[in-house]
Design a protein around this ligand. Sequence first.
Ligand code: HMG
Ligand code: MG
Length: 302
Amino acid sequence: MFSLPKTATIIEVGPRDGLQNEKNEVPTDAKLRFIAALQDAGVREMEVTSFVSPKWVPQMGDAASVMENVKREGRQFVLAPNARGIENAKTSGADSIAVFVGVTDSFNKRNINRTTAESMEGLAPQIRQLKEDGLFVRACISTAFHCPFEGPVDPDQTLALCRQFADLGVDELSVADTIGMADPAESYRLFSRLKEELPDVLLTAHFHDTRKMALANILASLQAGIDRFDTSAGGLGGCPFAPGATGNVATEDVVYMLERMGIGTGISVERICRAVDEVTAFVSRPITSGMYTLHQNHSQQD
Ligand code: HMG
Ligand code: MG
């Protein structure tokens, strides 16, 4: 039978990955209500915003206001692609920084306007400094399985990039199936290898649900020993520079599955659905997760 952990950690990415791809403008107040409601639901680790160029990602242009007004509770990550973003993140009082790099040059160039090696060259001294200053550093590894421009990615290439970050002393690697193309067998293989070869770094799985394989991928990752998952309330999300990437796996569906399997998350499914209610009026696409659909049906009956 399965070997399963007793607990798992959910890293909520809805306020960042979920909203960065929205066509509609989401007011800062609505973002703050969303974040507060997610905290009330029991979320203790969350990507709240990103300090990126507002010309590239206008939806994150209010990062400083979000950070100024957010209730500091648990671990709150802000994303930063470069020295400027890291500086702005520090000024905002962030103590947990998430850097992000793609395994493939084609994706990284479209996302950050640099090759992977150029990004690493810029980030290496920054990461060393962040660690010297005692901050928590998470590295998000995009196109770890498949690239929208280069196709299947060699696991050796993904492992090599993860190792570079581990050698720089990052605390966590969030390994991403950016365009939702991984299957459970390759998820199991890659995460088993990462677990074995990089035992000293926290490993997190970040699945987009484009082809509805994310829950199966999570189960496969659990089998490989992973117990940290990036998820997005309402299944919102996607990277604006990865064609074909739809939302992340929905927090409410993952929490439901894990809790049913006896794996504690500390998070309330119903309250996550109520948090989603805070932003539905502003998001342009329907929310189709299983648990949110049930929540809406119940609300209509009340
Ligand atoms: P660039 O044009 O090469 O930047 O873009 P630059 O260094 O040449 O600077 C150009 C201008 O941008 C300058 O301003 C800079 O000051 C400014 P100007 O002189 O023209 O007025 N600038 C900045 N402004 C604010 N914040 C900054 C910043 N840096 C420079 N940090 C850059 C390079 C990295 C800035 C740009 O490509 C960018 O912002 N990219 C972000 C893309 C992004 O946010 N993607 C989504 C997040 S990643 C993701 O979703 C994947 C993930 O979920 C995992 C997965 O699923 O795969 C994490
Ligand atoms: Mg993502």
